[in-house]
Design a binder for this molecule. Structure first.
Ligand code: NAD
Length: 362
């Protein structure tokens, strides 16, 4: 991860990092914590997921999957893992024999989610997969099919589905606290510094800022309305044709929802400063800025009320909910269906750009 990307997400987290409030997914500690193997030891795994695992109530780090021996050694030392708990991308099938691993958390580049999730599922492990689920609808469906065929649960890493400030805004919208939501503006981006990383390569990323950060704006609009878009129109602009030769740099798109809500969104790899949303309502407005950081998300309402709730570690919370869904055999909030349908709407945004006209859904 580039420094700019890291710092924009982490800066507020550092300020707001409240000592982790034990999250209340479970009233009591479960009989057994589920073992999680992290697949892909990059930036997110190193800086967010592994530390978060130490704060979970229902999970523990039980394995790693990496192609880099030096990382394997460093993680073994740091987290007290053995060589037996260490896998490569090519021998994930051996996990089938490891009863201590229940869940594989897939944290590799977007287009590797399918092979890594399929390998984990074939080994009988539940799959928690980072966003976006995959790089197109066919692959997202294949990933979900691999999990259902193996009889394992699939969840998607939508951390904001558990973030109290984002969820407070969902409450404001659903309970019409400031009237009906009519228009939603949601924007997310950062200035991509590293010109060599996988996020700029189409075969690994599938797309650019839209798939990486635009998915959060799509999630905001779907969360606040509780609806699926019925009409999408999009336009793209590129100011650096070399860096963004293979993927999108900046996309602006509009979505219309069945209730008549309109949502305007921007995703960009060209600029910092966009990481929030505002919902305009019949009697005022509410919104968060920032809305999408790892911590420190906060905002305001038009009646003067601050939105600034203490927030536990988002990765610990999402993992605890996923583990709980497995242990209690109930659906996870961040379901395969949610991941698949988001990819469908992201693809519709690209389709609208390609065709130069809106895309509609029945
Ligand atoms: P990263 O580049 O820091 O890490 C990627 C990892 O995949 C590295 O360990 C790398 O060695 C490994 N890898 C395996 N095969 C590879 C290949 N062929 N090419 C490149 N790397 C390969 O990326 P990241 O920022 O950790 O992102 C990983 C995933 O997590 C992505 O799907 C991304 O969208 C997602 N993500 C989610 C959030 C969030 O807030 N939920 C934040 C950042 C990233």
């Amino acid at each position: 991860m580039t420094n700019s990307r890291r710092s924009f997400l982490v800066q507020s987290a550092a300020i707001a990092a409240t000592p982790l409030v034990a999250n209340s997914v479970f009233a009591q500690a479960p009989a057994r914590k589920l073992g999680v193997a992290i697949c892909g030891l990059g930036s997110l795994s190193t800086n967010q997921i592994a530390p978060a695992l130490l704060k979970t109530q229902n999970c523990r780090l039980a394995g790693i999957v990496t192609g880099t021996p030096s990382k394997a050694e460093a993680w073994q030392k740091k987290y007290g893992l053995t060589a037996k708990q260490t896998y490569t991308y090519d021998n994930m099938h051996l996990m089938a024999k490891d009863k201590n691993i229940d869940i594989v958390y897939v944290v590799t580049p977007n287009a590797l989610h399918l092979p890594h999730a399929a390998a984990a599922a074939a080994a009988g492990k539940h799959v928690f997969c980072e966003k976006p689920l995959e790089i197109n609808s066919e692959r997202a469906q294949q990933l979900a099919d691999a999990c259902s065929k193996a009889g394992v649960t699939l969840g998607v890493g939508y951390r904001l589905q558990f973030e109290p400030n984002n969820q407070e805004c969902v409450r404001l919208a659903r309970e019409k606290v400031l009237g009906d939501v009519k228009v939603i503006d949601a924007n997310f981006g950062f200035a991509m510094a590293d010109p060599n990383q996988w996020r700029l390569k189409r075969d690994l990323a599938g797309g650019g800022a839209l798939l990486d950060v635009g998915v959060y704006c799509l999630q905001t609009a779907r969360m606040l309305t509780g609806e699926d878009p019925i009409w999408i129109s999009a336009a793209e602009t590129k100011t650096d044709l070399v860096k963004f030769k293979e993927v999108d740099e900046t996309i602006a798109w509009t979505m219309k929802f069945p209730s008549g809500v309109i949502s305007n969104c921007v995703s960009t790899y060209a600029a910092n400063g966009l990481a929030g949303f505002r919902a305009a309502t019949t009697r005022g407005w509410f919104g968060l800025d920032p809305a999408y950081f790892y911590g420190g998300n906060r905002g305001k309402r038009s009646d003067g009320t601050e939105i600034n709730m203490p927030a536990p570690d988002q990765f610990a919370t999402e993992l605890d909910e996923f583990a709980e869904s497995i242990m209690q055999k109930k659906p996870t909030k961040v379901s395969a269906e949610m991941g698949i349908s988001d990819v469908k709407y992201l693809m519709a945004i690209y389709e609208s750009i390609r065709k130069g006209r809106p895309v509609t859904f029945a």
